[in-house]
Design a protein around this ligand. Sequence first.
Ligand code: AMP
Length: 143
Amino acid sequence: MTVARILADKGTDVVAIQPHRTIGEAVNMLANKRIGAVVVTGADGALLGILSERDIVRALARAGADALEQPVTRHMTAKVVTTTGRATVAEVTETMTRGRFRHLPVVENGRLVGLVSIGDVVKTHIEEIETEHRALREYIATA
Ligand code: AMP
């Protein structure tokens, strides 16, 4: 199973925030959309960083409530690890485990075309195992 297949199921929408927006605005976005991270993109759509709930917790620990007024650029991770549609579920699992993060933007030809989360990856993995088990049970029953 590839990242492209996951995106074909879940869609290619990526929730993004502009660099001058505040942590408080990002908090509202995460809460309203019920997600754990937003990508930070420039006016041209360029990927500038990623801000997850972990970064917000760290920002609050560091700056207290003042963090809510600070720009997302101050607390985001600027060096974003990305993947492509051709990557397999096993590969993105490895990337997330090794990098200790739960979100991977998908980039094709320099353009952001989706985002996969650890939740998407786990769901796909379980579906694959269930399909395999069903096939094996059917094979045994008819053998
Ligand atoms: P997460 O587990 O995704 O909530 O993120 C944990 C930490 O890793 C946070 O500091 C994020 O900004 C950072 N992070 C999340 N996704 C990525 C990614 N794809 N590339 C680089 N850093 C990331």
